[in-house]
Design a protein around this ligand. Sequence first.
Ligand code: SF4
Ligand code: SF4
Ligand code: FES
Length: 558
Amino acid sequence: MSASAELLNVQIDGVWHQFPKGTRVIEACSKAGKFVPHYCYHPKLSSPGNCRMCLIEMGMPKLGPDRKPETGEDGKPTINWIPRPQISCAQDIAEGMGVRTDSPLVRECRHGVMEFLLINHPLDCPICDQAGECQLQEFSVQYGTGGSRFLEEKVKKPKRVELGPRVTLDDERCILCSRCIRFMKEVAKDDVLGFASRGSHTYLTAHPGRKLDSNYSLNTVDICPVGALTDTDFRFKMRVWFLKETKSICTSCATGCNTIIGTRENVIYRQTPRENNSVNSSWMCDYGRHNFHYVNSPERLTKPRVRLGSAQEDASWTTAIARAVDDLRRFKGDEIAVIASGKMTNEELWLTKQLIEALGIKYRDIVPRVGESDDILLSSYRNPNIVGAHLLGVAQDEPGSLLPEIFRRVQTGSIKAVLALNEDLMNAGLSTADVEKLEAFIAIDILPNRTSAYATTLLPGYSSAEKRGSMINIKGRLQRLNRAVRGPGESRDDWEILRDLLQKFTGSNGIYLIEDVFKQMAEAIPQLHGLSLSKIRDLGTQLETNDVETGAPENVHV
Ligand code: SF4
Ligand code: SF4
Ligand code: FES
């Protein structure tokens, strides 16, 4: 609210409040602590007012013969109540307006609307994925009558419709609120959904010859108030009330959409967007949302391995760290290269930078990861922490620009040891023949890749869902990752692995917790001064970004 916004007086359930001009009636009620049930209304979409669930009683000031509002004993306007109920989602407040959200008429209206909505709705709750977070269930209990007078046959509508590659539709459950249609048209800019047929036979469908295949299709599942639209990947996998919810961020591109990771018994089942109006509004893309299955992969690296002769063998952490350190000690700084990743957290990048300095390593960079941006959320920078890698001095000014030189030196044998952090060297541009030439190749990763079999020391790390830490998104917002699941087997958090390596060269550096790493980093990096992991908070902290953004400028529109 701007300081100059005009405030209007509104009476809600007998109490006068002030709200800025332009506030929706339903929002004013909510701010006054009076929740008005609704289905079709969504604050981020247009308001067609078609479900009628938000009916309230409304009145305007009674005017006297002089056309001025009459006032009561309290000096406030006397309200002239409109005899018919009004919807609260599609109109703004007005000076002197009166609203009743819980009168006998309002309660009766809600009974009626619920009864209509349930006439053709199937009794699917025991097998419906939405059960537990379904507004039809919740409002039935809270505002319904608890019974039905409907004796006729329910209308049968299409079931298990493959609306698109990732969304399954059960038309019988649809209450025709049109949120999905409006989302696709207004936010995803892909006008693909609509209603067909008339009356109680109306059903939701994709336009002829079209599929709901946008990269934002799964947001329709989030905003569908009932179980009509379901995520085909999550469908029938887990009852939602069993899910433990962890607030985190998506690490599939540099936008860093805020998420909730749903897990049970150390398995990730789904990832959904978390509202952050400075980053992703209420949405996320399908690519990022479904990009978690690798975390549950049975292929995950679970034990450190060291190379003895021509074969790798399982080893203890003590042996593996000692071997990596011995190998690194054999070479001069300009004979070692660090190939780091823009997927690493700030804490890991900071420790990597300390290691680089301790060993006098000259050749270091990150592997660039780019794709197409869509002008909605998806950034062309697919490394989630490219800004952090730049700020903390691990990436070159032009990320990836030093890689050709590093590879040339590996090929000519002047670089003899490589520390690869969460990157497949072959993806980065080296061949197996090049990797075989290395006298020491130390890799931290979570899954085997084409080069990990050549590692002299292979250290199993954590995925982004298994770690705590921070990243900086493309707009310079510092955000937190939180641990949703534990890493498999003997894998360890990457910052701990890097700390152990570093301490072998520098001696004890007073780092016991990830908070200690952040503290050290915040003392040294001006943009992070005064911050700590806990001060970042759930919605992140905007950094003074001018220097930060130079590494990777881009505008992302929500
Ligand atoms: S499918 Fe869901 S969001 Fe779409 S119109 Fe039906 S109830 Fe509304
Ligand atoms: S836009 Fe980027 S950060 Fe957001 S969900 Fe998609 S991949 Fe993840
Ligand atoms: S929420 Fe107001 S008519 Fe649907």
